[in-house]
Design a protein around this ligand. Sequence first.
Ligand SMILES: C[S@@+](CC[C@H](N)C(=O)[O-])C[C@H]1O[C@@H](n2cnc3c(N)ncnc32)[C@H](O)[C@@H]1O
Length: 445
Amino acid sequence: MVQSLAFDEYREKERTKHVHRLHPYKGKFIPQLVEYFLDEHTDELKRDTWFRAGDVILDPFCGSGTTLVQAGELGIHAIGVDISEFNTLLANIKVSRPDLNELYITARRLVRQLKEFNAGAAYLEFDVAVGEALSQFNKEKLSLNGHNEGPENSARLVRDFMEEWNYLRAEYSVNLRQEQDDTFLSFWYVEPIRKEIDFLHGEIKSIPDTSIRNVLSLALSRTLRSCRATTHADLATLKSPVFEPYYCRKHRRICKPLLTATKWWERYALDSVSRIAAYRRLRTPTHQICITDDARSSCLETAVRNTDSGLAQIMEKQGVQGIFSSPPYVGLIDYHEQHAYAYELFGLARRDEWEIGAKFNGQGRQAREDYVEAIVQVLRNCKRYLAPDYDVFLVANDKWDLYPSIAQGSGMRIIKRYERPVLYRTEKNRNTPYGETIFHLKEVS
Ligand SMILES: C[S@@+](CC[C@H](N)C(=O)[O-])C[C@H]1O[C@@H](n2cnc3c(N)ncnc32)[C@H](O)[C@@H]1O
């Protein structure tokens, strides 16, 4: 029996199980929510089941692929569409089936190669020396002054440590700023990490097997995200690059910028292998794919035929049973910019101007009207593939009450609203109350 749809009985580990934590993505829903609506159980709140094993479902705003992954666990075929190429890549990697042994061997080789690449590098010796000096400094100063965190005190602490930092930097002749700073990768990374990234990228590009190359590219992208030259407290909202020690609000001590990606790379490369392996043990022999396109106009028949002929046949025979999706909302999240480093490193095409509800268009009246029209176009486009008795589930925080107009414009009716308190949101203020609605829509009869 489910009391509410908060799913707060699930621990962090379960909410980010297997491939769901392959890469950060701001704005994804939790797998338990998808499971709840897709699986065949009923309870006090959910009186009906709408999908069963063998069905085909659609997520026109596929994002990081949560719907596809959970469909794969439940024996349901799924098609995703997303305008952002990185998101499509992420979703497709989650549901890919690389040779696990080969993947493991390649990941280990690349971990070793990065260590060899770094052997004897002055910046690693500098890193160790600074680390030791800093831990001594923090131990002495923070206990001495009773840990008064006022701005003056923290600025003085930084000034005090700078003397040691500058001395060591001169001794090891280490340069942290890159010569140019006109791209994301030259602006947001210290020079030693940039060199490591370029080295790994070169090695990964030469891996002949596409699915193995893709998984490790994603692990590199995750590494990039953790290694931006920012303070620990500003990881989610980049402010300005940091090339010197700073007073860390998160750890309440002096911290230094990261100088090597080695630890993160090792952790993420191997973690990716075990997450893909964990999902492999649970998934069913069904089809899931994600297509990069504008969901307002995408031609699914052609796209699916070109990508997965087996799925195209199933889709042609039985149609698409329904939709489970969370549309972008008006002016909230910049879905391209959050992965700017990956677009640049992998040379992916950006389609920012085709994002529905794009953040740069704001939340004004015009933006809201455009949003309603765009979601209506998506639903109308999807209806071309839906079976006559379809079920559509859309998850949204509809604070402007736009979904009744969206339903009407799409020739659908809202048959039920499920309210859900959101208690855990990554990288946001966890104390702000927030809720979302799961709209259940059907064809107007
Ligand atoms: C709220 S997110 C979906 C998150 C997803 N449910 C998950 O768990 O990862 C909305 C997605 O819609 C995509 N999007 C925005 N405009 C689009 C369009 N015109 N066509 C297809 N997808 C679009 C964004 O790129 C973003 O990934």
